[in-house]
Design a protein around this ligand. Structure first.
Ligand code: SF4
Ligand code: SF4
Ligand code: SF4
Length: 283
């Protein structure tokens, strides 16, 4: 649907955490009224109705995803299935009733439990400032296939994590590699293959008066493991949060360490996919 420039300017002034929702609402109301162009009047009317009715719009949690599913070329993971399962877990946790008991009439959007998914390390959905941030990851693996020393992987890596040596082929500095998977897809010889695919998980980020950046749980986790971590976080939150305190506010460094002890795993324990040479050996 088209928007007039005045309508676009007005929607940009809506608080960022409800902007997407208000935008959708404006479009559906304009559509229902038979209009194909959204005007400033449409924005004002819908915004007024939405904000005056804010308490009834709070649903206890926010789950969002970056724009990867709209065709972003940087996607490391297709997260559709994960997001559906996350939504089910969050819905079944009945966080709205929990928050109503804790906060009562003062319940606002900023009390909600926030989970976000980014489909690559560019992290456009800001996982660093959410209670739980999930980032798609594909870590490369060096196979026994001969390297042609084309240099594509080295010049493409955004993190300067690969060096190609003529006598040796690619050398990856995994302390720099963010597991975006870019080098895997363009290697013409199969020297680089997909070693591990899954998700990084960040815990305990928020904005507001006392902002905090989320901390990264060491490791790359598969879908079931991510969901298990999320369930544990929700259980922890419901047990410890009182009067609307956010997960990020109650998660102490000791608590985070207990998540690390329980879930993090050394690279050797991650479920590595067999490389090309291993696959050939197994057939
Ligand atoms: S996080 Fe990555 S996949 Fe998602 S929109 Fe940003 S660049 Fe694209
Ligand atoms: S996965 Fe991404 S960050 Fe890691 S080495 Fe490859 S291109 Fe670089
Ligand atoms: S590892 Fe692949 S992309 Fe990198 S230099 Fe060798 S052949 Fe080229």
């Amino acid at each position: 649907m088209k928007w007039t420039p005045e309508a676009e300017t007005a929607i940009k002034k809506v608080p960022f955490f409800v902007r997407k929702k208000v935008r959708r609402r404006v479009e559906s109301e304009a559509d229902a009224a038979g209009r194909r162009i959204v005007s400033l009047e449409d924005v004002k009317t819908t915004q007024k109705r939405y904000l005056s009715n804010m308490a009834s719009e709070v649903k206890g949690y926010r789950l969002d995803v970056c724009f990867g599913p709209n065709g972003c070329p940087n996607r490391a993971m297709d997260t559709d299935a994960l997001v559906q399962r996350l939504d089910q877990i969050l819905r079944e946790a009945n966080l709205l009733d929990f928050l109503k008991q804790q906060v009562g009439e003062r319940l606002k959007f900023h009390h909600e439990f926030r989970v976000t998914v980014a489909e690559c390390p560019n992290a456009c959905s800001q996982p660093q400032i959410k209670d739980i941030g999930i980032i798609g990851a594909r870590r490369p693996n060096i196979t026994a296939e001969p390297c042609s020393c084309c240099g594509e992987c080295q010049s493409t890596c955004p993190d300067e994590a690969i060096t190609v040596r003529e006598d040796h082929g690619p050398v990856i500095d995994f302390s720099r590699c963010l597991s975006c998977g870019k080098c895997i897809d363009l290697c013409p010889t199969g020297t680089l293959s997909e070693g591990i695919r899954g998700y990084k998980v960040l815990l305990g980020g928020k904005l507001g008066r006392h902002p905090k950046l989320a901390q990264v749980l060491p490791g790359i986790f598969d879908e079931d493991e991510v969901l298990d971590i999320v369930k544990t976080c929700i259980g922890f939150y419901k047990e410890k949060s009182r009067h609307g305190k956010r997960f990020a506010e109650i998660l102490t460094q000791e608590d985070f360490q207990s998540f690390v002890d329980r879930y993090s795993k050394p690279a050797t324990m991650e479920k590595r996919r067999p490389n090309h040479a291993e696959k050939k050996r197994n057939v």
